[in-house]
Design a protein around this ligand. Structure first.
Ligand SMILES: Nc1nc2c(ncn2[C@@H]2O[C@H](COP(=O)(O)OP(=O)(O)OP(=O)(O)O)[C@@H](O)[C@H]2O)c(=O)[nH]1
Ligand SMILES: [K+]
Ligand SMILES: [Mg+2]
Length: 447
């Protein structure tokens, strides 16, 4: 699929650097190299060249030039790469020179990757993984993104579609060759286990929430009564003076968020308004927001001021299915022993003010996030788009399985085909030709 324009852009980010990489992709890439460097170097060899402006002849830079003829290039098109000195004026001069050539335009955001996808150099999920790789901030994010950028989801979708194709092949065989004797009558019965297995696999993949946890990070909400020391804890864990702390109950109203990197795992720590009967409209709104945010958290740290009373025996009144940990705070001021109340999964004796117990807490937080996000195999569905398509396929299969004995062969095959289309959308490929291949390969119909 050839694009009309040849695109050019700096690929190494803006700002001064030792080296800047300028990439060109499209049919004019070769001519662009000739125009600036005076000749086309041997393919795939970094070659030192003097670059001049093609119109004015002005000297631009001495640079490494790499000529990458398609289709075996990242985009699938002819490409060229100029590694120039990374000054702003050098980069601007080379780009200006490139754009002065006919047929070369500035690349749009993501356009190199888009062309790579259109030319079949990568599937949609890989393109998304590449975007994640560029955005990765933590080690866990980098690993997941790397897997996805190099085919992890595509391979999984391929295996799912194979199951569908086998099931459809069996059913289609029943349709196309209904008159012939040597096609087993139980084709439909043979197809069902494939559909069931796929359905179960999709359900399991949809139940796996690790992708969002790694990409967006776990949300850890700090909750408790006013003045328990929630904001003090946020500041202590973030090692920054983020939240206002005071001895006045009801200090925090807005939700405050800080990002934590817990040994390579991303987490978002949230400070919330103290929960009580509000004394005014503003505090009431703060409490409403706090409750809403606590509801969706992956973990709730319930901070309790032990100088006031022992921790409550009854579960705090919050709407959340997340694990609740009890933080008995201000142990620097009171050290009475207490039994862990039954609602608390874990308890920690801490002093947000003096830092006592916070190392242990941080270690357990890291374990929590690592256990939730980790696992032998990387998660498959890590974006809402993946989930939507997989959920569509899962719903189609659920219908097909529920009505397996009632639907005609045609309708049953159609349901499965639609499930396959939903799966195909995940990688951006909806091919159907493989269907007949499987009929012949697996079923020996022509015999
Ligand atoms: N002695 C002692 N005092 C603490 C500790 N943690 C917090 N405090 C004090 O408790 C008071 C309230 O602290 P905050 O961090 O503002 O409490 P909060 O839970 O955020 O309060 P609200 O935002 O009003 O709900 C302040 O005077 C803190 O200095 C602690 O570990 N030990
Ligand atoms: K306070
Ligand atoms: Mg506060």
């Amino acid at each position: 699929m050839a694009e009309d324009n040849t695109i050019a852009a700096i690929s190494s980010g803006t700002g001064t650097a030792a080296v800047a990489v300028i990439r060109v992709s499209g049919t004019e890439a070769g001519r662009a190299v000739e125009a600036l460097a005076g000749r086309l170097p041997a393919p795939r060899r970094a070659t030192l060249a003097t670059l001049r402006h093609p119109v004015s002849g002005v000297l631009l830079d001495r640079a490494l030039v790499i000529w990458l003829p398609g289709p075996n290039s990242v985009t699938g098109e002819d490409m060229a790469e100029f590694q120039v000195h990374g000054g702003r004026a050098v980069v601007a001069g080379v780009i200006e020179a490139l754009l002065a050539l006919p047929g070369i335009v500035p690349a749009e955001r993501g356009e190199f990757t888009r062309r790579a996808f259109l030319n079949g150099r990568m599937d949609l999920a890989e393109a998304e993984g590449l975007a994640d790789l560029l955005a990765a901030e933590t080690e866990a994010q980098r690993r997941l993104a790397f897997a996805h950028a190099f085919g992890h989801l595509g391979e999984q979708v391929g295996r799912w579609r194979q199951r569908l194709v086998r099931a459809m092949a069996l059913i289609e065989a029943g349709i196309d060759f209904a008159e012939e004797d040597d096609v087993p009558a139980e084709a439909r019965a043979l197809a069902r286990p494939e559909a069931e297995a796929l359905h179960a696999e999709l359900q399991a993949a949809l139940a796996d929430r690790r992708g969002a946890l790694v990409r967006e990070g776990a949300t850890i909400a700090i909750a408790g009564r006013p003045n328990a020391g929630k904001s003090s804890l946020l500041n202590a864990l973030a090692a920054r003076d983020v939240a206002i702390i005071s001895d006045e109950p009801g200090t925090t109203r807005d939700i405050l968020e800080v990002g934590l990197d817990l040994d390579g795992h991303k987490a978002t720590l949230i400070d919330t308004a103290g929960l009580r009967e509000a004394e005014g409209a503003v505090e009431a709104e703060g409490i409403r927001r706090a409750r809403a945010r606590i509801e969706t958290a992956d973990l709730v740290l319930w901070v309790h001021d032990v100088t006031e009373a022992p921790p409550p025996a009854a579960r705090p009144d919050i709407d959340s299915s997340a694990e609740l940990w009890l933080l008995a705070n201000k142990v620097d001021a009171a050290v009475d022993a207490f039994d862990r109340p039954s609602w608390a999964r874990r308890d920690f004796a801490v002093s947000a003010k003096r830092g006592e117990g916070l190392d242990v807490l941080t270690d357990r937080l890291r374990d929590f996030v690592a256990a939730r996000a980790g696992g032998a195999e990387h998660p498959a569905l890590i974006r809402e788009r993946h989930r939507t398509n997989a959920a569509e396929a899962e719903a189609r299969l659920a219908v097909a399985l529920a009505l397996w004995d009632e639907l005609s062969d045609e309708l049953l095959a159609e349901e499965l085909r639609l499930a396959g289309r939903s799966l195909g959308r995940i990688t951006g490929a909806i091919d159907t030709d493989d269907l007949l291949d499987v009929v012949f390969r697996e079923f020996c119909i022509g015999k």
